[in-house]
Write a protein that binds this ligand. Structure first.
Ligand code: GLA
Length: 415
């Protein structure tokens, strides 16, 4: 309900309410455990390491900060693009500026085309895309694989209009499509998401395809053939409990992630006010360890210096963007003490020691336990403290409640 506190009561309040109830529904729907972690066949995806989304997409999406509030408009989107450059986010790797639901009018025009909301986007969508492109950034949009989108008003969805909507997006200069699942009329998910994949292909424009069916149909088992990422859960909320819940659903899906095809545990809540900065550092670190898409979900125009420090930690971002494309696996989890390990392209391992509990705890692991070869010593680079220390193997650290210590561990020769 955060957006009601932040936004004046507007004509779209009911739209936001509808979207929230849709979000709650999809959390419920995704509560079932993922179907058994069957081993995927990574080579069967045909995805090359230099293809689209060779590393997880990074950017911004307005949904977590605005929902359908009136502040979601052309001015906001342009100002976010400006901040990508002014605040070094583009340099840190953030590329996409993406619109979520509520950018359209409730009905199509007589020719069946989508019509941008003239109050939010008085110059249309292409003008915004052009502005974003002029900054050397990429532009994304949203619709649903159903008859209407998820908001209560329900803007037109693309089911049955895949070819013409994809054509319209391509003509506007869209580089990324988030394709949601509301009002899907019970049509098979794979069929619906394939239809849009084919429609995007037919445009001839490379468009990163973000599949958002909330993990309802085990998309990790089939969506690598279609798109570059697939949501694995219902919607994230700006709470510690929600972040944890999603983390625990997404972690077992590690075998399915790889270059060009990523598990998507939903967009970042960093900076939205419902968690402490310690918790946001954990959220950001854990998403990077899971090679998740990193889509900033806070209004950067009002973000604190601490929020920027989290979002711009290039050492943590480098874990997310590591070209090997491995999602971290759980080495140990006991008593709220989690040890996650991510294999990196240069042979290093990222080791994250995450304390889920409400009290400080010591967490212990080892460099060889994390999969590194025997070596005289190992360098431990603390990616938040930005300090180095060495060990002969053991890695032990006292981790405050809800915090995460993350090391980049490098084998070294003696002396
Ligand atoms: C669904 C999606 C969210 C968001 C809203 C928009 O709930 O899962 O990420 O796009 O719809 O209405």
């Amino acid at each position: 309900m955060r957006q009601f506190l932040r936004s004046p009561v507007g004509r779209r309040r009911h739209a936001a309410l509808g979207a929230l109830s849709a979000a709650l529904l999809c959390v419920t729907a995704a509560a079932a455990p993922p179907s058994a972690a069957r081993a995927p066949a990574p080579s069967a995806t045909g995805k090359a390491a230099d293809g689209p989304a060779a590393t997880p997409p990074m950017g911004f999406n307005n949904w977590n900060s605005t929902h359908c509030g009136p502040e979601f408009n052309e001015k906001m989107v342009k100002e976010i693009a400006d901040l990508f450059l002014a605040k070094g986010l583009k340099d840190a790797g953030y590329t996409y500026v993406n619109l979520d639901d509520c950018w359209a009018m409730p009905t199509r025009d007589p020719q069946g085309r989508l019509v941008p909301d003239p109050i939010r986007f008085p110059h249309g969508i292409k003008a915004v895309a052009d502005y974003v492109h002029a900054k050397g950034l990429k532009f994304g949009i949203y619709t649903s694989a159903g008859t209407r989108t998820c908001s209560d008003i329900g803007f037109p969805g693309a089911l049955g209009h895949e070819r013409s909507d994809a054509r319209q997006f391509a003509d506007w200069g869209v580089d990324y499509l988030k394709y949601d699942n509301c009002n899907n009329q019970g049509v098979d998910a794979r069929q619906r998401y394939t239809a849009m994949r084919d429609a995007l292909r037919a445009t001839g424009r490379p468009i990163t395809y973000s599949i958002c069916e909330w993990g309802e149909n085990a998309p990790w088992e089939w969506a690598a053939e279609l798109g570059q990422s697939w949501r694995t859960t219902g919607d994230i909320g700006d709470t510690w409990a929600s972040m944890l819940d999603i983390l625990k659903k997404n972690l077992p899906l590690a075998p399915y992630a790889g270059p060009g095809h990523w598990n998507d545990p939903d967009m970042l809540e960093v900076g939205n006010g419902g968690m402490t900065d310690t918790e946001y550092r954990s959220h950001f670190t854990l998403w990077a360890m899971m090679a998740a898409p990193l889509l900033i979900g806070t209004d950067l125009r009002t973000a604190s210096p601490q929020t920027y420090d989290i979002l711009r930690n290039t050492d943590v971002i480098a874990l997310d963007q590591d070209p090997l494309g491995r999602q971290a696996t759980v080495l140990d989890s006991d008593g709220g003490r989690w040890t996650l390990v991510k294999e990196l392209a240069n042979g290093d391992r990222a080791v994250a020691l995450f304390n889920e509990s409400d009290h400080e705890q010591r967490i212990t692991t080892g460099a060889t336990a994390a999969g590194l070869p025997a070596a005289p010593r190992y360098r431990l680079r603390d990616l938040w403290q930005r300090t180095d220390r060495h060990t002969t193997d053991e890695i032990t650290v006292t981790v405050p409640a809800h915090a995460t210590v993350v090391y980049r561990v490098t084998p070294e020769k003696g002396d």
